[in-house]
Design a protein around this ligand. Structure first.
Ligand code: ATR
Length: 283
């Protein structure tokens, strides 16, 4: 059992070396003079449940969970928030003093707050959401909470987009529509916001080949990918004079509720934190 005043939390993934969580939480721990630590833990899929139980016994406050454990984290928790329920996945496990494990999905909060900061409300707006995987589920909740009137889900496999629209429509006030990525030319001109929730464009993955020349001149493009920070999609958006939002805002805002849950202090998302993370990303 861990003793002493300092609180310990972890980030669990496989691999975990690429995670920016230790750097992010480390910045806040130092800035806020909190006695604590967030430790990266490389845990293979088959050991996940055993390691979580051991960390709980050892007195950890909780863990952030990254690929490939987000579904397993959701499955082993005793309770969850609405975002984890909708996503069927959790990126935060909070260990309660009574032994219960609470699953949360703060990716939704991350996207919502990043958009709120940059665009304010989405009241009456039409959004094109690229992708229909796990990340798209949280994105739909965020877009709904910000008041989007209509969200058109575009996915390489259109059937998956249709299934997602059907599954989440009861939870989201926005009208959800679905189509294939090949419908881009028809739908792009109608969108005020375009959100990429696919893994395309991530380091080592091919970028999306979409012609942003078809988008409105006033459209905003947000990419949830943050490695690289300037994805091909965002570079194209900037070159065409569109408003471009990178994935770092979402990353910082999704981490804030975790920090508060682990260490009991609400941190702030600041330009200083962004500069710190940009340095870590380019190191
Ligand atoms: P995550 O949890 O990160 O969302 P996922 O559930 O595996 O990951 O979903 C990945 C998403 O990215 C899917 O929407 C996938 O499209 P398909 O469902 O058609 O496979 C999308 N995706 C990944 N690579 C892509 C690419 N090169 N072009 C277009 N879409 C891509």
């Amino acid at each position: 059992m861990l003793t002493g005043a300092g609180k310990i939390a972890g980030v669990v993934g496989w691999p975990v070396g690429h995670s920016l969580s230790p750097s992010l939480h480390g910045y806040w721990l130092e800035e806020l003079q909190v006695d604590g630590a967030l430790i990266p833990l490389a845990v293979p899929r088959e050991d996940f449940a055993r390691v979580i139980a051991a960390l709980q016994r050892a007195g950890f406050a909780g863990v952030n969970v990254t690929v490939p454990h987000k579904e397993a984290a959701f499955a082993l928790a005793h309770s969850c928030d609405a975002a984890a329920e909708a996503a069927g996945a959790a990126n935060l496990l909070v260990f309660r003093p009574d032994g219960r494990i609470e699953a949360r999905n703060t990716d939704m909060i991350g996207l919502r707050e990043s958009l709120r900061e940059t665009m304010g409300s989405l009241n009456g707006k039409t959004v094109l959401l690229l992708g229909a995987g796990g990340a798209a589920r949280g994105a739909l909740l965020a877009l709904g909470e910000l008041g989007a009137a209509k969200v058109q889900i575009l996915n390489r496999h259109a059937d998956k987009a249709r299934a997602l629209a059907r599954a989440l429509q009861p939870m989201v006030k926005s009208e959800l529509l679905a189509a294939g990525l090949d419908d881009w030319a028809r739908l792009a001109p109608g969108a005020e916001l375009i959100v990429n929730s696919t893994s395309a464009g991530m380091k080592g993955h091919a970028p999306l080949r979409l012609d942003l020349g078809l988008a409105r001149k006033t459209a905003t493009v947000l990419d949830i990918v943050y490695n690289p920070l300037q994805t091909e999609l965002l570079k194209q958006a900037k070159a065409r004079g569109l408003n471009a939002i990178d994935g770092l805002g979402m990353l910082m805002h999704q981490a804030a509720p975790s920090f508060e849950a682990f260490f009991g202090v609400k941190p702030a998302v600041t330009p200083g934190l962004r500069a710190h993370l940009e340095k870590a990303l380019y190191a």
